[in-house]
Design a protein around this ligand. Structure first.
Ligand code: TRP
Length: 324
């Protein structure tokens, strides 16, 4: 079976845009792939995190994966810093990554602008650590959002460069980027991606929002001019809401448009609000049913499984380079 690897940073709790754009796909990919999903805590600290909050967020992300349907019996869910080889391989890949190619990374440029007071080496090196995550496990495909495409290109380049210099060692991974849902937009600003760092909480629905609050946010979502429930280039807000509706229910946008033909935005939003709040209630029930100690135990067992694979790959890498 082909292997996929992906990761999410334990920085803040997840919103429905993250779910529909990423984790929902992971859940589906479990059927056809051997999956490894990682809580990338070493990536998170490239921006200052309060230690207590980080500790809890790491557990919460793992609980979130499971409550959303990642099945820990078949899928390895683990914490990046539990497997030292990630940092070790990053150092080695640093020696073949060029400053020039790193300087072109648009996420680094954006983050450097956002965190002017702390443009640290980790932030600059972030994509090399991500490449290490992926390459350690002979990953064949990486499901990511559109914004990570450039990092994946870099990963491929580093893998090919290493293979050329030292002989065949790394599998060159391919991205899996789902067009639909890859960009869920802000509810109050459908020009930009839904984001937790948006100035208004009306922008997003967090998976841990109380279902009534989520329903309110949907009811208050910005709409387009006109009154027809239709998607299209001239209707960015409705297209976004229809996409959410469609991904949440598994029904096509066309079908939903037909259902709401002749009805107004109000009816449609009411329908969507109910779907989203039911989804959240169900998610939160599962999320709250797992306790922190169970998760700690599970993460420790899974880290052991990941470590076996990572150690084997590192051994190979060190031999190729002449470190062993
Ligand atoms: N950089 C990714 C993001 O911000 C998270 C990530 C880290 C990742 N390592 C990864 C994603 C490896 C896929 C594979 O979304």
């Amino acid at each position: 079976m082909k292997r996929i690897f992906s990761g999410v940073q334990p920085t803040n709790n997840i919103h429905i845009g993250n779910y529909l754009g990423a984790i929902k796909n992971w859940v589906e990919l479990q059927k056809d792939y051997e999956c490894i999903f990682c809580v990338v805590d070493l990536h998170a600290i490239t921006v200052y995190q309060k230690p207590e909050t980080l500790r809890q967020n790491i557990l919460d992300i793992a609980k979130t994966y499971i409550a959303l349907g990642v099945d820990p019996r078949h899928t390895i869910i683990f914490v990046q810093s539990d497997v030292k080889e990630h940092a070790e391989l990053a150092w080695i890949l640093n020696s073949i990554a060029k400053i020039g190619e790193m300087e072109r990374m648009t996420q680094f440029k954006d983050k450097a602008k956002q965190h002017k007071e702390n443009i640290n080496m980790g932030l600059f090196d972030y994509p090399v650590l991500m490449a290490s995550d992926i390459l350690l496990y002979d990953t064949e495909a990486v499901p990511v959002g559109e914004d990570q495409k450039q990092h994946l290109e870099l990963t491929r380049d580093l893998a090919m460069r290493f293979n050329k210099l030292y002989g065949d060692t790394f599998t060159v991974p391919k991205p899996i980027i789902k067009k639909e849902g890859a960009r869920i937009l802000g509810l109050d600003d459908p020009d930009k991606k839904m984001s937790k760092s948006s100035p208004s909480a009306m922008n997003y629905v967090s998976l841990l929002d109380a279902p009534e609050i989520a329903a309110k946010k949907i009811m208050k979502a910005v709409t387009d001019s006109g009154s027809e429930v239709k998607s299209g280039k001239d209707k960015p807000a409705l297209t976004n809401l229809l996409t959410i509706y469609s991904l949440m229910t598994g029904r096509s946008v066309k079908e939903i448009e037909i259902e709401y033909a002749g009805k107004g935005y109000g009816d449609f939003k009411k329908g969507l609000a109910e779907i989203v709040s039911d989804f959240l209630a169900d998610f939160q029930r599962k999320f709250n049913a797992t306790n922190d100690n169970e998760i700690r135990e599970l993460l420790s067992v899974n880290a052991n499984k990941a470590r076996v694979l990572a150690e084997k790959k590192m051994d190979q890498v060190k031999r190729k380079i002449g470190l062993k």
